[in-house]
Design a protein around this ligand. Structure first.
Ligand SMILES: Cc1cc2nc3c(=O)[nH]c(=O)nc-3n(C[C@H](O)[C@H](O)[C@H](O)COP(=O)(O)OP(=O)(O)OC[C@H]3O[C@@H](n4cnc5c(N)ncnc54)[C@H](O)[C@@H]3O)c2cc1C
Length: 391
């Protein structure tokens, strides 16, 4: 065997997993199809990631949190969910148990940069960039990956972190539930006249949704979700017209608003793998579960899942067990599925209801917000699942 573990994909999940195995004495290889530059100096991509308390804790354990500059970390102190044209909102605030923030908004490229800086020079880790895994196979001893440069590499275990459209997941015979929402999220940053007071807004307007998320200073991340056919028009809309449009749709709550930088479009497809493991193979990150961004859980789940798998592998290594065996991998699938399934189906259900503009659904939408607001146990459950105060 060339390696103990081959990790396919150097996105945030693949790099977190490599970092989690830093002191494991296991020989790791990360294979990434993008050029080295894209991993070493990730470019802004418009995604601002809402991190939960659990993710903060895990990133601190990985020595990654302190590598993100404090001015890039924006606390979310309260959140409001609005429905249709109504001024009524479902509100969440901080309390003593959850510390001084519901969560933190951090630019995706800053997280990726901090992760790369953390793994750079890691003794037990090698990188191959600008090279794709074209195919793979496993047997009872290990796995082999065939690369786009004609070479191949072997390991006791192959871990795929190769995105929600993971080709290796499919090749290993793992099916997945997929939900194409037929919608696109357009993300950008806007400066505004009034302070946001660290409040996040999720406005389920009729026909589209608008999220306004607080960044450092008088700056917010804007996420507009529309039917796919409208996306190009919004991305290419004249900037001044775009500014006025968002101001008006947001009810002038933040005064004058101004687009800063690019608008980025992400077609929305959610994916949940039927299994997270196969023979000497595991999927992590979006390759396991790719979420709709409305509940802001994609990377949070990815981080949690890789931590679960890494801890099982480290434990097996310490006790001299075979790290790629079914006995070691199966508990990862069991534990992570218990978390991801309710989150995945729950999120898709919320999206289904709050983007359904038919009259009965509108009535139900309004009722759901009022019940959640006025029934503390429900509100508590929603808040805990969104902020992940406890593991
Ligand atoms: C608009 C938007 C907002 C979001 N907001 C949030 C949020 O608030 N909170 C949150 O937790 N999450 C959020 N997410 C989700 C989060 O961005 C993803 O969950 C996360 O980036 C997934 O990381 P990953 O490493 O699993 O996959 P990816 O980032 O997709 O990385 C996969 C990597 O694998 C590589 N690769 C693919 N195939 C191969 C191959 N064959 N060979 C070699 N390399 C390969 C790719 O080049 C890539 O580098 C959001 C997503 C979007 C689109």
């Amino acid at each position: 065997m060339n390696y103990d573990i081959i990790i396919i994909g150097a996105g945030p999940a693949g790099l977190s997993f490599a970092r989690s195995l830093k002191d494991s004495k296991l020989k790791l290889l990360v294979i990434e199809k993008a050029p080295a530059k894209a991993i070493q100096k990730p470019a802004p991509d418009g995604r601002e990631i809402a991190l939960t308390h659990l993710s903060e804790k895990l990133l601190k354990e990985l020595d990654v949190w302190e590598r993100i500059s404090p001015e890039s970390i924006s606390p979310i102190k309260s959140a409001k969910v609005m429905d249709g044209n109504s001024p009524y909102s479902l509100g969440f605030d901080t309390d003593n148990k959850s510390g001084d923030a519901l969560g933190y908004l951090v630019p995706n490229y800053r997280i990726r940069q901090a992760l790369y800086n953390a793994v750079e020079g890691q003794d037990n880790l090698e990188f191959m960039t600008d090279i794709s895994v074209n195919s793979l196979s496993t047997d009872n001893q290990g796995g082999v990956v065939h690369l786009s440069n004609g070479e191949s590499r072997q390991a006791k275990l192959i871990v795929a972190a190769d995105s929600r459209f993971s080709a290796t997941r499919r090749e290993m015979g793992i099916g997945a539930s997929m939900k194409d929402f037929g919608k696109t999220a357009i993300v950008c940053r806007m400066e505004h006249q009034q302070p946001h007071e660290q409040t996040a807004f999720e406005c389920f307007h009729y026909g589209r949704t608008l999220a306004v998320l607080p960044m450092a200073g008088k700056l917010s991340s804007i996420v507009i979700t529309v039917d796919n056919e409208l996306a190009d028009d919004i991305v290419n809309m004249d900037e001044a017209e775009f500014d006025r449009d968002i101001e008006q749709r947001f009810g002038h709550r933040l005064g004058d608003m101004k687009l800063i930088g690019e608008r980025y479009a992400y077609p929305l497809v959610a994916v949940h793998a039927d299994h997270f493991v196969a023979n000497r193979f595991a999927v992590i990150g979006d390759a396991a579960v790719g979420m709709h961004p409305v509940t802001a859980h994609g990377f949070n789940l990815g981080l949690r899942g890789q931590a679960t798998l890494a801890s099982l592998i480290k434990n097996a290594r310490i006790h001299g067990k075979d790290i790629g065996s079914k006995k070691v991998l199966a508990p990862y699938e069991n534990r992570h599925m218990r978390i991801t399934k309710p989150m995945y189906w729950g999120t898709n259900g919320i999206v289904g209801l709050f983007t359904d503009d038919r009259r009965p659904a509108k009535a139900l939408r309004s009722l759901v917000l009022r019940v959640a607001n006025n029934f503390p146990p429900i509100k508590h459950i929603i808040k805990n699942s969104l902020t992940e105060v406890r593991r």
